[in-house]
Design a protein around this ligand. Structure first.
Ligand SMILES: [Zn+2]
Length: 235
């Protein structure tokens, strides 16, 4: 049995009798779920602080899902005061101030998730799954992607002519975040969609990466820290 020791505030509150054992066991998988252990949390929090300049918060998946979640919403990044659960501040913010991850991830959702190029079971080992997810959110956070997405209607870039363009731009954000997080973990590997339909979709989205970069440049792009050394990435 796995005791729930992670709470909404992002603080780790281990039962004292289990602290050492849980910290030693960074990867914990049951028949149905992958769990965020205290030991893994500590390492990922360090990663987020170093590369996104904020602490890593944790939410209780069951509690959050008493509302409505979209598929693969095992993690978020968002600005403070956007009105969603977990925001403590009512003020508006110029940037992303929160990265949150779920305390557990159902394995069947990992198996059934559809990404543009990644097969999450084939490409991301379960013991690195949380880390991949955190790098994905760091990428969104560093580029203010939620804010860029929210401003697509009003940014006035001549390259955005239709709702279809806006959808493609948001897909381009996902494509780029998936690629960045994958190459953080596996810089020596190459990534490609697994089916002809997938390849076609990626081909349609790729031209929007340039447009996305131009739109971000209008806002000013924050610099991402250089890749973490592999001893940390693979530990
Ligand atoms: Zn994403």
């Amino acid at each position: 049995m796995t005791r729930q020791v992670l709470v909404l505030t992002g603080k780790v509150l281990p039962d004292k009798s289990e602290t050492k054992e849980q910290e030693a066991r960074e990867h914990l998988v049951s028949e149905h779920c992958l769990y965020l252990t205290p030991g893994l949390y500590v390492r990922l929090d360090q990663l987020v602080r170093e590369h996104a300049g904020m602490p890593l918060a944790v939410f209780d998946l069951d509690e959050r899902r008493s509302g409505v979640l979209e598929p693969m919403d095992w993690a978020y990044c968002r600005p403070a005061g956007d009105g969603r659960p977990g925001c403590s501040s009512g003020k508006s913010s110029a940037g992303i101030t929160t990265i949150e991850i779920a305390n557990k991830i159902p394995l069947d959702e990992i198996r059934s998730a559809r990404r543009l190029e990644l097969d999450l079971v084939r490409d991301i080992p379960l013991e690195l799954f949380y880390e991949w997810l955190v790098w994905h959110e760091i990428h969104h956070s560093v580029h203010d992607d939620p804010l860029v997405a929210a401003g697509l209607d009003t940014c006035g870039h001549p390259g955005i002519k239709s709702a279809g363009d806006r959808i493609k731009l948001m897909q381009a954000m996902e494509l780029e975040a998936d690629r960045t997080s994958f190459y953080r973990l596996f810089p020596e590997h190459s990534l490609m969609a697994g089916t002809p339909q997938g390849l076609q979709k990626v081909k349609e989205i790729e031209p929007y990466l340039q447009l996305l970069h131009e739109i971000r440049a209008q806002r000013g792009i924050k610099q991402m820290n250089p890749p973490v050394d592999n001893s940390l990435a693979h530990r």
